[in-house]
Design a protein around this ligand. Structure first.
Ligand code: UDP
Length: 253
């Protein structure tokens, strides 16, 4: 069998050509990186968990009418997606201050923001993904004003969906990052949520205890990352069934 073609290898995923034109396969690795890949490790099982969790969020979004690139999960580590042209921006939505925003503005982590705030970073590892404004985006032609209106609307819909899902399982969605892709249907282009949505790209805090259940566990050496992601998957009911199935009760008559 011919080996499929690798299109791109990133820090946490490998992208392969898909089986049909216009499709790609995303392979989720166990690699974890932080601080622009200065800190690295392999966390056994992370790829499997993120594949499942991203499937769960993307399918949920598709089901409520928020378009995504996700088509179907293929196996433990791979999913089939529509190929799209990624807009070179990280779209960050924040509900509570944390991470770089807390540092930049001197706001204590966990402070609720007056309303969700959308930020943009230019995707460039060499530059450390710098924060940019809509002015930069328009002037350098990364996205049009019309695209930006659609991007903000998509980002806020993802925020409402994700916040609600998480609240339902006792988790506060502090912030998250998404990427947006362009899909071409004939002469028309539309924007879809692309890449992944997982605890690698969100900040998730337990509502009761404030315990962190996201990549900060790895960034800040707070414990076992796979355990934190497993807890998120367990609460959402998306854990692959590992426990042995109970045997049928014996009927006594
Ligand atoms: N984020 C991400 N990839 C990045 C940068 C940020 O997924 O390259 C996510 C991060 O996990 C958090 C949110 O975006 O949920 C905001 O991150 P922040 O700007 O606070 O950056 P950090 O403090 O992680 O450097």
């Amino acid at each position: 069998m011919a080996r499929r073609k690798k299109i791109y290898e990133g820090k946490a995923k490998i992208i392969y050509e898909g089986p049909e034109p216009g499709t790609i396969v995303q392979y989720f690795k166990d690699d974890a990186t932080a601080f622009n890949a200065e800190k690295k490790d392999v966390i056994e099982g992370k790829g499997v968990l993120n594949n499942r969790l991203s499937e769960f969020f993307m399918m949920g979004l598709n089901n409520v009418g928020v378009p995504t690139h996700f088509l179907k999960r293929l196996n433990m580590r791979e999913q089939l997606c529509r190929s799209c042209e990624i807009i070179p921006l990280e779209i960050i939505v924040r509900n509570y201050a944390a991470g770089s925003m807390s540092k930049r503005l001197g706001i204590e982590e966990g402070t609720q923001l007056p309303r969700p705030i959308v930020e943009y970073c230019y995707k460039d590892d060499k530059l450390g993904d710098p924060l940019v404004s809509e002015e930069h985006i328009a002037a350098f032609g990364w996205a049009s004003q019309h695209d930006m209106d659609d991007i903000v609307a998509l980002a806020l819909r993802v925020n409402d969906f994700m916040s609600g899902i998480m609240f339902g399982v006792g988790i506060k969605l502090i912030d998250f990052k998404i990427e947006i892709g362009r899909v071409y249907d004939g002469d028309f282009q539309r924007l879809v949520v692309a890449d992944e949505i997982s605890p690698d790209s969100c900040r998730l805090w337990d509502i009761e205890t404030g315990e962190k259940l996201d990549k900060d566990v790895f960034r800040r050496d707070l414990g076992n990352l796979a355990d934190a992601y497993t807890e998120v998957a367990r609460r959402l009911g998306v854990m692959p069934k590992q426990a042995p199935q109970p045997t049928k009760p014996t009927l006594i008559n």
